[in-house]
Write a protein of this length. Sequence first.
Length: 596
Amino acid sequence: MIADQAPPDLVAARGRLRELFGYDDFRGHQADVVARVLAGRSTLAVMPTGAGKSLTYQLPATMMAGTCVVVSPLIALMHDQLRSARANGIRAATLTSQDSDWRETQDAFRRAELDLLYVAPERASQPAFRDFLSAAPLCLFAVDEAHCVSEWGHDFRPDYRQLRPLMDAFAGVPRLALTATADARTREDVRAQLGIPADGMVLAGFDRPNIRYTLHHRDNPVRQISDLMRAAPGAGIVYVPTRRKAEELAVKLEQATGRVVRPYHAGLEPETRAANQSAFVSSEDMVVVATVAFGMGIDKPDVRFVAHAGVPKSIESYYQETGRAGRDGDPAQAVMLWGAGDFAQARQRLSEVPEDRRGGERARLDALAALVETPGCRRAVLLRHFGEDPPQKCGNCDNCLEAPGVIDATETARKLLSAVFRTGQSFGMGHLQKVLTGAEDDRVRQRGHDRLSVFGIVDGEEARLLQPLARVLQARGALIANEHGGLALGGDARAILKGEAPVVIAVPPKQGKGRRRSDSAPNPVGDPLFDALRELRRELAIEAQVPPYVVFHDATLREMAATRPSSLTELGRIAGVGTRKLEAYGDRFLTVIRQH
Ligand code: ADP
Ligand code: ZN
């Protein structure tokens, strides 16, 4: 066993892991980080969402003498963490403007009775806070969302710059910086800004293997998302580009599915917004239709799907937004519904972008276009974008699961572009299709388009390619739509016309494909014991005023239903059942198991 060779601290840590969290072993790079922290070595941990970053300081904090100061940028996040930590029996507190128990917290800290003390960066940087911290021993500074310290990161927060002087004032206390999103340049900067040695980086991959990526042309978003909601019965987020769409789609999805669906956007009354968000966090199956204003500061682990009803801003934001699905490690879905119009609009907006930023913005769009167009593995495209070298196939994306046929459509593309050119670059696809297929049509005749060389040069089978081809050409910018849908040539259209640039497209899926039932909900359907366990979890969550996942994750309930433990000892062996939760809830769960 590895445990025999591990340093003693890590052996003790495994025991603690079982006792506090009910997990048998560390996941991924957690053990590396915990070992470094226990050895007092400062560390920058870059681990994807859902990897279990919080455990890497929560656990050592309970094993080392002194309090761990956790710097976290959002009050909502801190309170989430606080609830989960306390539910596991960890002595934690927050000092925020929303807390009324400041005195108790300060007293507990001074008496060295706190494992974790959460504060916001703006408080941490105040001199008074430094004096306060001197009153009791510290074991660790944990800096969450550490990319906020870097101007290269996507979320720079000046207050993070004040953390260095604070930590320098406690020279002997090790530092642990954590982030899920940092490219190479940001990582180096974070390390330098926070004073973490060059050998102090633990870098896990970006991959989120439990998320299944599906990208599909948007033909009927209400039907497509209702289908997804049926296949993924848990909580979900649907991202839309505008407030109006958030309102409209929420109503339509609620009507179509009978599920609770709420909008979320910056235009709602603050109370409504807060109410919708907290209802979502506490729910097992609510769906929120939101603008990108939603998501920061929510680390609900049991989000089963994230859908995009339009093309996101960039691959970075796509990855961050879809990353909110499946933090608990259970299967989850990321579905993007894209339209050629999304790309057309985005490319039109390029002209409003200042000259010096235009190239970068165009590259962003090209990267997104490559993702939606690829007939290959979606995950591979995503991971390569983040500088990794992934396998060719992941086995858990739409294209890996059902490989689309691939066709060299260069000739058809040349015919289409040529028709666009010869008709004067102002007609939409409907008209162009009629011209290309040689349709008997008054408008075509009136314009004299039946006399063009491109009239009737596309036959039946090939005609099926025209629509998907037009989408692909718009996504890559070779066709540009005006506000009336009229198409003009752009991008590499000329190179395609000259036969210098090939156009390879995925064969359009047959109707009905993609409706396959998904396995994004591994929860047993119609198992009375599992349902009863969930019911009990709901009751306990309401009693304790916490979201159900704080009581137990679905995976823990599934294991209970499958193994039917009959004693506290057996129950305590299930993953996710630590000592504290066993004591608090064990008897009630055993009773339910006995009754079924
Ligand atoms: P992150 O902050 O990296 O996004 P979290 O700290 O929120 O991730 O953890 C994600 C989920 O993984 C949590 O629900 C946590 O309980 C679970 N988890 C963490 N470590 C382990 C482990 N070693 N074994 C099983 N589950 C774990
Ligand atoms: Zn794949």
